[in-house]
Design a protein around this ligand. Structure first.
Ligand code: NAD
Length: 236
């Protein structure tokens, strides 16, 4: 299968850990928040049907927090890779820190916080530019707007596109994910045997099969990986 790999293609798979140093809590760190906003109420179609005002309030607050934070050194280092490689980012994050850092090709598997979509037609998507969604805000077909977020029980976005990119990649870098959300976590298995595969995580003892574990903070390790790849070196 190695003949299918393109050495100039890098896929970076990111999770909440890459944005942690920017001040966005990871899933686990949301513990306190989930008490006020139980996850099944704010991240499921059932919760939306029961109490749309609560759901909108939750995501409106997350969106205004997002406007207060900035990309960090890990996001910036991934942008730099585009000077030498074709880089595709496959992210589980709903923040826009990769785009704000300057990355040009970002696939969002779980949606985007700064967008709204129709509650009857998922193809009708609208930019929010930091604004809240209110009850009564409607799409072009007249139905209530909802957050453009993939909730539990809903199908993730662009999975086939992400698989195709990973299968071609000569290098795969995974950053800051607990690999607890499927099917996003299963994407790692699509990386080719001969691709260089690195896994960066602050707190992870078991590495995924055939990946090298780099244990530490993304803001330190991602720039290190990126500069060796820019120098054309393998890491170890
Ligand atoms: P997760 O919270 O389950 O796991 C985060 C992982 O990052 C953990 O394994 C942790 O050890 C690691 N980590 C934390 N800080 C780190 C750092 N500074 N450097 C390196 N690693 C670090 O996140 P997940 O795997 O992305 O899955 C959670 C789900 O929650 C996803 O679906 C995602 O959409 C959503 N979420 C998104 C955001 C965001 O958009 N920024 C934030 C929280 C949750």
């Amino acid at each position: 299968m190695s003949q299918l790999i393109d050495k100039n293609k890098i896929v970076v798979i990111t999770g909440a850990g890459i944005s942690a140093a920017s001040g966005i809590p990871t899933f686990r760190d949301y513990n306190g928040l989930w008490k006020r906003y139980p996850i099944e109420k704010v991240a499921s179609p059932h919760g939306w049907n029961d109490d749309p005002a609560l759901v909108l309030d939750f995501y409106n607050q997350r969106r205004s927090q997002l406007a207060q934070v900035s990309p960090n050194a890990a996001h910036d280092a991934i942008v730099k890779l585009e000077e030498k490689y074709q880089v595709v980012i496959v992210t589980q994050n709903v923040d826009d820190l990769h785009e704000r850092a300057g990355s040009t090709h970002v696939i969002h598997l779980h949606g985007e916080l700064d967008k709204a979509r129709s509650s009857i037609d998922e193809k009708l998507i609208y930019p929010l530019n930091g604004k809240p969604i209110k009850l009564g805000d409607i799409c072009d077909k007249g139905s209530q707007l909802r957050p453009h977020i993939v909730w539990f029980g809903e199908q993730i976005h662009h999975y086939d596109l992400a698989c195709a990119a990973i299968k071609r990649a000569g290098k795969v870098l995974v950053v800051g994910t607990s690999l607890s959300v499927y099917p996003a976590a299963s994407l790692l298995k699509k990386a080719r045997y001969h691709a260089e595969k690195e896994f960066v995580n602050l707190d992870f003892d078991e590495k995924p099969r055939r990946f090298k574990l780099l244990k530490g903070n993304a803001v330190d390790l991602v720039p290190m990986v990126a500069s060796s790849w820019m120098a054309g070196e393998k890491l170890f």
